[in-house]
Design a protein around this ligand. Structure first.
Ligand SMILES: *[C@@H]1O[C@H](CO)[C@@H](O)[C@H](O)[C@H]1NC(C)=O
Ligand SMILES: *[C@@H]1O[C@H](CO)[C@@H](O)[C@H](O)[C@H]1NC(C)=O
Length: 585
């Protein structure tokens, strides 16, 4: 009897799977059966779109500050033709990265399916950036209608809760709504996991291959990816990873940091007891968002200088699944061994330094700042990052280089080279160095990025969305985007950026102008590391030991040794450095 039953289950599964694969290649009527109900998508020209698909129960009411639950099934046909709201936020990004509307009911994902008629597309699930405070998978910047076709892969973009809604860190707390102790930390990461699960279980209905899922993201999305690579509970949900600009040296929160920040938010919404979930849930969405912003803008003095850049974010250590600081875990070889592409853009630090120092940074202050922040290596820093001696020079330029190396480039190399020392060799590293020709897209708020390769400057090429916003690539940019798509497509299909997924893709890639050299693994040969250098100027090239001497210094110093913010004289940041006549003080 038992065996008969299991045989029936096997047969049923088999039938469902075969029907799934036989019937689709999508139309009739663009209607798809999923495990939760039917969806009707739309024809977007280059690909099919299925937007605003719920992957969790709306986290509203008692769902606030609670782990996400599976979506509620529906019975009629759901129109999947509009983006959902983004999650609660005050969006600080350039407009194409922002959602048009937001609310707490935001746990939805968007899917783009190519039209090439396959029934086993590889899947790229992308998590947007925005410092765990803003952005949305439905924003125009991530519209994947073109790259789905170009890469012949299904693209999934997702939302996840941010600010206090997604990253409040209380630990284990009694929840009157469930009558149980609940774990309140990293809810935004758990939202992401729900989206991974949904994708694993439903993507075959869209002709996707559930066993070839690459997760990835940029900035906070890359940080999330880096953390999922350490989480046992995420391990079976994806196969490969792509991390665009993961600032590996930003410290994550411990329960002490987390409770402190949470207490500031709670007090802003009038909750005396930070662990009183009913009180948290009584606040309106907008009030909680305001309280979350206020706590990070003024009330909260971050423990660490670098947390200033990202007050909300993952928690690690006690009460979490992540045993310790992420970079240290990588150094010890604890990340999952999955093929991974990672890298950074040439001037990652620029945006941050120009936001931190809003005026010209004179030489004296540059020296004082470095001495306060990294006293142990101050003399070596002055050698490697010498101040510009031109009279009146702005030392934010050189400080940006230092920040790029320390926060992004060297720390990421350190983490992955650490994994390599433990025998995981499947990393492909890049540096992206191309300032886009349509610089005004950065808007006036980000003028420091005009003509520069700022954090996020690679996304226009990865997603190829400028034409959707009425902006055209020039010829060199088009070629660069073609090659980047080819490497990424190859990686999604085969786990190797050099090997095309199909003969058709291989033939298409052979037609591209410009250079697409063989991209060696980071540690293809011992004693060196290799980097794909993406550039419109020099053409794509492979570099050996890029910025090694800079990284050696930071490896020596360590990535978590930046002192507490309150030990640094605040005047360094805020006081006007000039007298009334414009002379340096
Ligand atoms: C879905 O869209 C179709 C076509 O625009 C419309 O007729 C239908 O009423 C919509 N269904 C729902 C449930 O909104
Ligand atoms: C990474 O940094 C740590 C701490 O600074 C250092 O001890 C270690 O040798 C570095 N690892 C690699 C592979 O460079």
């Amino acid at each position: 009897m038992a065996s008969l039953l299991s045989l029936q289950v096997v047969q049923r599964t088999f039938i469902v799977l075969t029907l799934g694969t036989l019937i689709s290649a999508i139309p009739p009527d663009l209607t798809i059966q999923t495990n939760y109900g039917q969806l009707r998508g739309m024809d977007l020209g280059q690909s099919y779109g299925f937007w605003g698909i719920p992957f969790a129960e709306p986290p509203v009411g008692d769902g606030r500050l609670r782990e996400p639950l599976p979506p509620v099934p529906w019975s009629d046909i759901r129109n999947a033709t509009e983006h959902s709201d983004g999650c609660m936020q005050l969006c600080h990004e350039p407009p194409p990265a922002c959602p048009l509307t937001w609310s707490e009911d935001c746990l939805y994902l968007d899917i783009w399916v190519p039209k090439s008629g396959r029934t086993d597309y590889p899947v790229f699930l992308f998590m947007h950036g925005g410092a765990f405070r803003d952005g949305s998978g439905g924003a125009l910047l991530y519209d994947s209608r073109l790259i789905a076709q170009e890469m012949d892969a299904i693209i999934v973009t997702i939302n996840y809760r941010m600010e206090a809604f997604g990253f409040v860190f209380l630990g284990d707390v009694y929840d009157p709504a469930t009558g149980k102790i609940e774990n309140v930390v990293n809810l935004g990461l758990k939202d992401q996991q729900m989206a991974f699960k949904w994708t694993k279980e439903n993507i075959a209905f869209f002709d996707g291959d559930p066993n070839r899922v690459t997760i990835g993201g940029q900035s906070a999305g890359a940080q999330s990816t880096g953390v999922h690579l350490l989480m046992e509970s995420s391990k079976d949900l994806f196969d490969q990873a792509i991390m665009l600009s993961n600032p590996y040296s930003l410290p994550y929160k411990t329960i002490e940091d987390g409770r402190k920040l949470a207490t500031a938010v709670a007090s802003n919404i009038g909750c005396e007891d930070v662990l009183d979930l009913e009180c948290w849930r009584a606040a309106s969405s907008q009030d909680l968002l305001d309280a979350s912003r206020a706590a990070t803008n003024t009330g909260y003095n971050p423990n660490e200088l670098l947390q200033l850049f990202e007050p909300w974010g993952p928690g690690v250590g006690e009460f979490t699944e992540i045993p310790e600081e992420v970079t240290e875990a990588y150094q010890k070889g604890q990340a999952q061994r999955k093929p991974t592409i990672f890298g950074s853009v040439r001037e990652e630090g620029r945006l941050y330094i120009f936001l931190l120092f809003q005026q010209t940074l004179p030489t004296l202050r540059y020296r004082l700042f470095l001495r306060a922040v990294m006293p142990a290596i101050f003399p070596q820093l002055m050698d490697l990052y010498p101040a510009d001696r031109t009279p009146g020079a702005d030392q934010r330029e050189i400080l940006s280089e230092l920040a790029t190396d320390f926060i992004f480039h060297c720390s990421a190399l350190n983490a992955t080279l650490g994994m390599a020392e433990h025998g995981h060799l499947d990393y492909y590293h890049y540096v992206f160095d191309s300032a886009f020709s349509f610089e005004e897209q950065w808007t006036d708020d980000f003028k420091m990025c005009w003509g520069h390769v700022c954090h996020g400057g690679d996304l226009a090429y990865v997603f190829r969305t400028p034409p959707l916003g009425g902006v055209e690539f020039n010829e060199g940019e088009e070629i660069l985007a073609d090659h980047m798509s080819a490497y990424i497509s190859n990686f999604l299909h085969t786990g190797n950026p050099n090997v095309a997924g199909t003969e058709e893709l291989k033939a298409k890639q052979a037609q591209f102008g410009g250079r697409r050299p063989h991209w060696p693994r980071m540690t293809e040969k011992p004693n060196n590391y290799y980097t794909m250098y993406y550039s419109t100027c020099s053409g794509n090239t492979v570099l050996t030991n890029y910025r090694e001497k800079y990284c050696q210094l930071f490896d020596e110093f360590g990535y978590y040794k930046v002192p507490r913010l309150n030990s640094i004289d605040e005047e360094l940041f805020y006081e006007e450095p000039f007298d009334a006549n414009g002379n340096e003080l």
